[in-house]
Design a protein around this ligand. Sequence first.
Ligand code: GLY
Length: 263
Amino acid sequence: MALAAVVAHGGAGAGPERLANVERAVAIAAGILESGGSCVEAAVEACVVLEDDPVFNAGTGSVFRNDGSVELDASIQTSDGRMGFVIAIQETPNPIRVAARLLDQEVNGLTGDGARTWADEQGFPRSQVEGRPPFQRATDTVGVITRDGNGNIACATSTGGCSDRPSGRVGDVPLPGCGFWVQEGVGVGATGIGEAITRGMLSYRVAEKILAGMDLEESMIWALEDCLEEGAEVGLIALGSEGTGHGLANSKNMPWASWIARK
Ligand code: GLY
């Protein structure tokens, strides 16, 4: 048996004033895990809480693309080898639910109109996503990593994308190894400038360090210092096979919170 645990963030740049909102999502995940729920259920439901909270750039509060559209990316991966992601899906306030439905399909990921059509077939209702104009301060991405009592780990991430990006742009959130990576014994999620995170393949590289025995914080410091170009605001969360999760951002401006079950 493992001790259940959760770590979540509200985005690089979101600032400490969003901490209580992140803690609410962590409490939802903790409650699910304490009642015997799986890491996937806990990660998805906590991510939905963050997607529904308009202060975050994910789901309802997603920033407009340059053409005024709202396009959402979301991903989920599990330590038992499953993965689901959607890219630039529209009319879907909770894209993480569609990504999670893909976990048990042959297809890993879907994009744009194809993703939305598949969501229709799966019974996910269409609904206009409110979004927010780019002149309003946008944060970046939400992410939740959970470990359940069986030691299984899941990472769920969701975003409207960075500000000032064209329709169809693909950031780090739906790209395996970039915005997220999970395998047996480790889960990592990233937030910040998606292009820099992707060029650095940040989540996979942090996971490798953790699996090689590096401490969570040390592995994040290494990634933020050595795997990124100068000036890219980026944050990370991670959770291993035991102990509490951790979060770190190079701007120190990422609200994150964690929880672990009592022994
Ligand atoms: N990190 C979110 C994005 O670049 O889309």
